[in-house]
Design a protein around this ligand. Structure first.
Ligand SMILES: *Cc1c(COP(=O)(O)O)cnc(C)c1O
Length: 384
């Protein structure tokens, strides 16, 4: 290691400490505020956060809940998704996007992704819809996942949604803060969900999630479902609901983090630009269409076919560069979900990507020196 590299270590895959440092005092103040008022559940921070999130996204309703998975479940519950229904979802995602569908008793139908965006491929989506009909399932909804922070192609998806009378649930767990045709994530589906898991672009210090919609009836239904199915008064239950709340401590943390979030998004874009410039041309870097922005949950590259990914990851680890693979086993190849593969069209892009992708360190604080060190080492190993 050369002298000039001395102060770039450690390199973290996501540096949550670097994020906390400049706002540490404010977060402590905010947490003390909760300790003082003692409303640990449903404190003023929760309502304030929902208000700020509505403003941030330009959406009518923001409904906080316990995590991003519950957010998806509450959306499906409110829309009455049930046994016999077909819900379309990319296989190239985290298990949560799929498990919520199966939990309702509905059938998840896997859709392939586009090779370049890693998001739903609309041609594959239409094939999947036709396949569901062949199996006498009722096509009901599309779970569009904004993978790695890039919004799916909602205009193209909406054309098919209209043609086949489907509604769109945007799983934006990874893309909070991103935009599509000048509209913020949170407004792109009939219902949008996100996650505040610490490692997501907008994370708290525990579990948390949120649902966004412009629809008043769905807002009311989802607020009821997340509170045991409550009606207008406290001891009046009109639905079979669940318990899914964001607590006051997490809301307090998120209120502080929201203030610095726009600057973090700008830095994440700068990190992505720097990687793109520095990485070898034999590596396929992610592309953001001119009509979108990404919140860069991950910086995921596609390696040349001759590269042994595990070996590369090990060699990078030797250089103190952490990496991760999202997703080495796509959902349709997981034991819990393989039975649903019989309904899906070809998933060849999903299979290809899962074998050749690797994700590099990414956060709102990564320095240009670190990016250069990472890129130089990746290039050296890939082009050897
Ligand atoms: C993280 C994630 C979720 C689940 O969020 P949790 O808060 O962990 O429950 C759902 N969908 C996708 C695409 C995710 O990345």
């Amino acid at each position: 290691m050369s002298d000039s590299n001395k102060n770039i270590f450690p390199i973290n895959f996501i540096d949550l400490k670097a994020q906390q440092q400049p706002i540490r005092a404010n977060i402590e103040q905010a947490l003390l505020g909760v300790l003082d008022h003692g409303c640990y559940i449903g404190g003023p921070e929760v309502a304030q956060l929902e208000h700020e999130l509505q403003k941030f996204c330009g959406v009518k309703h923001a409904i906080t809940c316990a995590n991003g998975t519950d957010a998806l479940s509450l959306a499906l519950l409110a829309k009455g998704i049930k046994t016999g229904d077909a819900v379309f979802v990319p296989s190239y995602t985290f298990a949560a996007s799929v498990e919520v569908i199966a939990y309702c008793g509905a059938t998840p139908i896997f859709v392939d992704v586009d090779k370049h965006s890693f998001n739903i491929d609309v041609a594959s989506l239409e094939q999947a819809i036709l396949k569901a009909k062949e199996h006498n399932l009722q096509p009901k909804a599309i779970v569009a996942v904004d993978i790695f922070g890039l919004p799916a192609d909602y205009n193209a998806i909406n054309i098919l949604a209209q043609k086949y009378c489907l509604w769109v649930l945007a799983d934006s767990a990874q893309s909070f803060g991103a935009e599509y045709h000048n509209q913020k994530v949170g407004t792109l589906g009939l219902i949008t969900t996100t996650s505040f898991f610490p490692a997501k672009p907008f994370g708290c210090y525990g579990d948390g999630g949120c649902i966004f919609t412009d629809n008043d009836e769905l807002n009311e239904a989802m607020r009821s479902y997340k509170s045991h199915g409550q009606g207008d008064s406290r001891n009046h239950f009109i639905r079979v609901g669940v318990n899914s709340r964001l607590d006051s401590f997490q809301a307090a943390v998120l209120l502080e983090k929201l203030k610095i979030f726009p600057a973090e998004l700008t830095h994440r874009q700068a990190v992505a630009d720097a990687y793109r410039e520095m990485l070898s041309s034999s590596i396929r870097c992610p592309v953001v269409p001119s009509t979108s922005t990404s919140s860069w949950a991950q910086y995921t590259i596609v390696l040349p076919e001759n590269i042994n990914r595990n070996e590369l990851a090990m060699q990078l680890k030797d250089k103190s560069i952490p990496t991760a693979v999202y997703y080495d086993i796509p959902t349709h190849k997981q034991p819990a979900y393989s039975e649903f593969t019989k309904f899906s069209p070809s998933l060849e892009n999903t299979d290809y990507l899962s074998q050749h992708v690797i994700s590099l360190p990414m956060d709102g604080y990564l320095s240009m020196e670190k990016i250069k060190y990472i890129s130089d080492n990746v290039n050296l190993l890939v082009d050897k």
